[in-house]
Design a protein around this ligand. Structure first.
Ligand SMILES: [Fe+2]
Length: 187
């Protein structure tokens, strides 16, 4: 029996919120690792390092969230089945998008998580009564804001760069279609 000054129903509700967040963070960490490993293109070095740095930060957060669930007497999710069932974020159908699409995809996910975290902190009374979790989620917001702002800088620091990357995307798609068409006509 845990008696840390929180009602059992509050602890259960906070645990539910934390496990959902854990699922999203694990999905985002995996996605960021995928992009760290598979990014290609003229900005490989910068993006490879940036994505590596960001997944390391996410993994620190993930560990804290899982251990917070345990501190509240719950069971932390720890399987891909649970993560995929409860994550609100989504995997991309395209496994190896362009470098621009990778940065945009991660930025969008950080925004979704920021909106979700703010919604939980503002609207969930059980969560607000748990100061330890409130502190953790407030730090999570700050971490996601920092990561999102760096991605935003990468995407928006140079409109010419963004236009150039978009043009490269279009060319690659066109080449892909041409190669496919040639392969089809050769059969
Ligand atoms: Fe690495």
């Amino acid at each position: 029996m845990i008696n840390i000054g929180l009602e059992d129903s509050n602890r259960r509700e906070v645990t539910r919120v934390l496990n959902n967040l854990l699922s999203d963070e694990c999905l985002l960490s995996t996605k960021t690792k995928n992009y760290h490993w598979n990014v290609t293109g003229p900005h490989f070095h910068g993006l490879h390092a940036l994505f590596g740095n960001q997944y390391a930060k996410l993994d620190v957060l993930i560990d804290e969230i899982g251990e917070r669930v345990r501190a509240l007497g719950g069971n932390a999710f720890g399987t891909m089945t649970e993560f995929l069932r409860c994550a609100r974020l989504e995997e991309r159908a395209e496994m190896h998008p362009s470098e621009l699409a990778m940065a945009e995809d991660l930025y969008d996910d950080h925004e979704i998580l920021l909106r979700s975290l703010r919604g939980s902190l503002a609207g969930n009374a059980s969560l607000r009564s748990d100061f330890g979790t409130t502190e953790l989620l407030t730090r999570a917001i700050q971490e996601h804001e920092k990561m999102a702002s760096i991605l935003q800088s990468v995407l928006g620091k140079d409109d010419q760069l963004k236009e150039w990357l978009k043009a490269q995307d279009a060319i690659q798609r066109e080449i892909g279609i041409e190669v496919l068409a040639a392969a089809v006509s050769a059969t």
